[in-house]
Write a protein that binds this ligand. Structure first.
Ligand code: AMP
Length: 286
């Protein structure tokens, strides 16, 4: 497995490869959730294709009061995980490689990115779209794998890829969870033992809403209230938002239909956790 740190070394490596390129963009501090994406990428690439994992803590997607400087960066352990799971290369650039001095071009999606996390974290999705397009341009992937835990991110990137005619196929992978139901996240390490226990309320609340939907409840207001009530029982939780939205446009809905999504963000202290659930379509649901 190669570790590539510059655009030139990446270009040279790509020039010497044949077969499909499958990209897994991450910010590192890899856990089993990222691992599932890498494993999926490995399968998609087959034996002739190549899997590139990018590890880059992207400064432009952090707000001024967010955790950029303390975000975990355990590179050696990350590299070991990538190697074990069969990645062919890690692209691990410095910020200067991604943002050359004087960089003045950004990419912004203006509709799907507006609500939910986009409303709470101004500029976040501009940072995400900008870095993801740069990574696409640098790595030239045939396919790119993203996790549905970051549901809005998936939909924003899908819209950007469509709007800008980017020649990449997007694969969205299900959320990997702890047995407690807590979605794995690099930010879970910030949680105290007590907060971690209480954070299981997010999944419980979302599942309670999904169950109520299964029994016939369609009111978005009532379904959101079911989630809110479960989370309110966790005294350390502070709800940022609970939204009931169309699965693709992320427009708020009043009456929920199969496939619509409830997405939420909840603070525990300064740690902000996100999760989501899709209303069952009759087949498999997240
Ligand atoms: P991050 O390193 O947090 O930027 O995440 C990199 C990729 O891993 C994104 O596509 C995330 O959606 C995905 N991811 C993060 N946590 C999980 C999880 N628990 N299950 C599946 N995918 C995840």
């Amino acid at each position: 497995m190669k570790v590539l740190r510059t655009a030139a070394s990446l270009r040279n490596w790509l020039a010497a490869t044949t077969g499909k390129i499958v990209l897994v963009p991450t910010m590192g501090a890899l856990h089993r959730g990222h691992g599932a994406l890498i494993t999926r990428a490995r399968k998609l690439a087959g034996k002739d294709g190549r899997v590139i994992v990018t590890i880059f803590v992207n400064p432009t997607q952090f707000g001024p009061k967010e955790d950029l400087s303390r975000y975990p960066r355990p590179f050696a352990a990350d590299a070991e995980m990538c190697r074990t799971l069969g990645a062919d290369a890690i692209f691990h650039p410095t910020p200067e490689v991604i943002y050359p001095t004087g960089s003045s071009t950004t990419v912004e999606e203006h509709t799907v990115a507006r609500g939910l996390c986009g409303a709470s974290r101004p500029g976040h999705f501009r940072g995400v779209c900008t870095v993801v397009l740069k990574l696409f341009n640098l790595c030239r992937p045939d396919l790119a794998v993203f996790g549905l835990k970051d549901y809005q991110q998936c939909q924003v990137i899908a819209r950007m890829v469509r709007d800008l005619h980017i020649p990449v196929r997007l694969i969205f992978a299900p959320t990997v969870r702890e047995p407690s139901g807590l979605a794995l996240s690099s930010r879970n390490i910030y949680l105290s033992a007590e907060e971690r226990t209480e954070a299981t309320a997010l999944r419980r609340g979302l599942l309670a809403a999904r169950t109520a939907f299964g029994k016939g409840e369609r009111s978005a207001h009532k379904l959101r209230a079911i989630v809110a009530k479960t989370i309110a029982a966790a005294p350390l939780a502070r709800i940022d938002y609970i939204a009931a939205v169309d699965a693709t446009s992320l427009e708020p809905v009043v009456k929920m239909k199969p496939g619509d999504t409830i997405a939420l963000a909840v603070f525990f202290g300064t740690t902000r956790l996100i999760d989501n659930v899709q209303m069952p379509k009759g087949g498999m649901t997240r």
